[in-house]
Design a protein around this ligand. Structure first.
Ligand code: HEM
Length: 145
């Protein structure tokens, strides 16, 4: 019995080390994206209900989303960082920052929608943020991720 529990403990330790190592391999941008995904999901779910239960909480979440985008603007997607220096890379970086700026403006819009408790407008803004996410990921996220 003792040896079985020792084997289970060992396997659990190995598994948690693998999970930890994978997380540690993530780029600072991927980590920022992970945290923005959590708040974005929260806002998306809450507005899908059709009415806003806790306005202050959602406004705070939208402000957090905006902060994550601001931080992301100063991070370079690994795919772009790996490019050889030159005009193409400079152009990609500029386009990435512009796309992030668009999402930052959408966050401002979302904050206003939520402050005004305009659920329909908030949903439309979320849809635009999802569109930005789709094109951002298509362009800057490697396919195997
Ligand atoms: C609501 C908007 C967005 C959400 C919720 C979101 C969420 C995510 C998530 C969950 C990941 C995977 C992170 C991981 O590997 O653990 C990711 C990766 C990524 N996202 Fe976003 N994203 C959003 C918008 C954007 C936009 C607008 C851009 C670019 C203009 C962008 C660029 C990237 C890039 C480059 C990666 C890959 C990072 C890496 O692997 O190092 N994302 N995003």
């Amino acid at each position: 019995m003792k040896s079985i529990s020792r084997i289970i403990t060992t396997l659990a330790l190995i598994l948690s080390a693998v999970v930890y190592a994978e997380d540690d391999e993530k780029s600072p941008l991927a980590k920022e994206m992970d945290s923005m995904a959590t708040v974005f999901k929260k806002i998306d779910r809450a507005t899908r209900k059709g009415k806003i239960d806790d306005k202050e909480d959602l406004v705070a979440a939208a402000k957090q989303l905006k902060e994550s985008f601001i931080k992301s603007k100063n991070l370079i997607p690994p795919m772009v960082a790996d490019m050889l220096d030159g005009d193409d890379k400079t152009k990609m970086i500029a386009e990435y920052k512009k796309a992030i700026d668009e999402s930052i403006s959408l966050c401002d819009k979302l904050i206003k929608n939520l402050e005004e408790e305009d659920v329909a407008a908030a949903k439309a803004t979320i849809k635009e943020l999802k569109k930005g996410r789709r094109s951002g990921h298509d362009k800057y996220q490697p396919e195997d991720e």
